[in-house]
Design a binder for this molecule. Structure first.
Ligand code: EPU
Length: 340
């Protein structure tokens, strides 16, 4: 199925829910639809391209004067299995949490801690989504799609994807160029549970025995208690990444703020909690008009109704500046801002 529009309203296509439109919009469900469209519509080559999933990590500050390509490819297919593992090929348009539910209901482990993360499978592979001690890169085998620049279809194996914390080749060299159509996963029939993040273990134990279903329920409970539902208040989850700083800077900050959350990262680096830094600057629960900072998790910016993308972006810049001034730490956006 193909949907092609011009001057297309995007409000329902990104979870911040700010008004913005796209000059052109093209959505397809089968990989061949894309090649057919590109062959017959040569004009796209002169336009900026944006590849969109569910828009759960995007903020539009202005209209998009280009073409949006939405690879809404469905389907979860079992490719292969052995005694210990199962290999799945999953369409880029599958809702991420539907895949987690599918895996948990079949007793296949590896992605249960990533329950309820908004977005679709293609975007999850771009973003290397992570939560509660798990990152999607550890279950991905390969990523397939179409390269708009070379006009070829190919598959990248896990090394080619260049994954690191909330980062991949799809956010760098292949940004706005590689349209992911499917992602292959390897899941475990006898998973080792990862329960060492925060209260996940105790929240799971409250539900009875430790199994995939209860871990999923516990993660959903924790997320719902901290993170706003994008269907109720527009948001894109964490607006910033947790900063990874020189351990010497972290050490100096710890002398003044011994309670500051910090986690070792690489050899001489330390990861800090952006939510904590933002809260210390007094932003938690702040609201100006309809743009605000969530009152239970300061890393999440919220559209309470009719905030514009520009208002949310300006608020984020003020937050960034105050964290820089107070702590000497530069926050990097996790959300992809369009139009600046
Ligand atoms: N904290 C505060 N104040 C806040 C928020 C957090 O003091 O307002 C402190 C917490 O008390 C804790 C630490 O900061 O000591 C970390 O907080 P939390 O466990 O809530 O996780 P996070 O680092 O803020 C990251 C991910 C989330 C993911 C959670 C759980 C990033 C940018 N964010 O948040 O991912 O759900 O861990 O694993 O890495 C997302 O990417 O959109 C997202 C929600």
């Amino acid at each position: 199925m193909i949907r092609a529009y011009s001057n297309y309203q995007l409000r329902k296509h990104h979870t911040f829910g700010a008004n913005a439109s796209s000059k052109y919009y093209f959505e397809f469900t089968e990989a061949e639809d894309l090649t057919g469209f590109l062959a017959t519509n040569k004009d796209w080559k002169n336009l900026p391209v944006l590849i969109l999933g569910e828009g759960s990590n995007l903020l539009f500050v202005s209209d998009f004067e280009g073409i949006i390509i939405n690879p809404n490819v469905p389907g979860i297919r079992i490719v292969h299995e052995d005694r210990n593992n199962i290999w799945l090929e999953v369409g880029a348009g599958v809702v991420w949490d539907d895949l987690v539910e599918f895996a948990v209901s079949h007793q296949w482990g590896g992605i249960e801690n990533l329950s309820l993360i908004p977005g679709k499978v293609g975007a999850a592979a771009v973003q290397n989504i992570g939560a509660y001690g798990m990152e999607i890169q550890h279950q991905i085998e390969s990523v397939s799609g179409f390269d708009l620049e070379t006009q070829t279809e190919y598959t990248l194996d896990i090394v080619d994807c260049q994954y690191s914390y909330r980062d991949s080749i799809f956010k760098n060299q292949l940004k706005d160029r590689f349209v992911i159509t499917s992602v292959s996963f390897k899941l475990d029939k006898f998973p080792e549970f990862i329960l060492n993040y925060g209260d996940l273990k105790s929240e799971t134990e409250k539900l009875g025995s430790i199994n995939l279903r209860n871990i999923r329920k516990a993660v959903i409970g924790i997320r719902e208690s901290k993170l706003p539902d994008p269907k109720v208040f527009g948001n894109a989850g964490s607006f910033f990444k947790n900063p990874i700083v020189e351990s010497s800077l972290a050490g100096r900050l710890l002398e003044t703020y011994p309670e500051m959350p910090h986690y070792p990262a690489h050899e001489i680096k330390t990861k800090l909690a952006a939510g904590w830094l933002i809260e210390q600057c007094g932003w938690k629960g702040f609201r100006r008009g309809d743009a605000g900072v969530h009152d239970k998790q300061a890393l999440v910016l919220v559209n309470y109704g009719n905030a514009t993308g520009k208002e949310i972006f300006e608020l984020s810049e003020e937050i960034k500046q105050s964290v820089q001034e107070k702590f000497g730490v530069e926050l990097e956006r996790e959300v992809h801002v369009i139009g600046i």
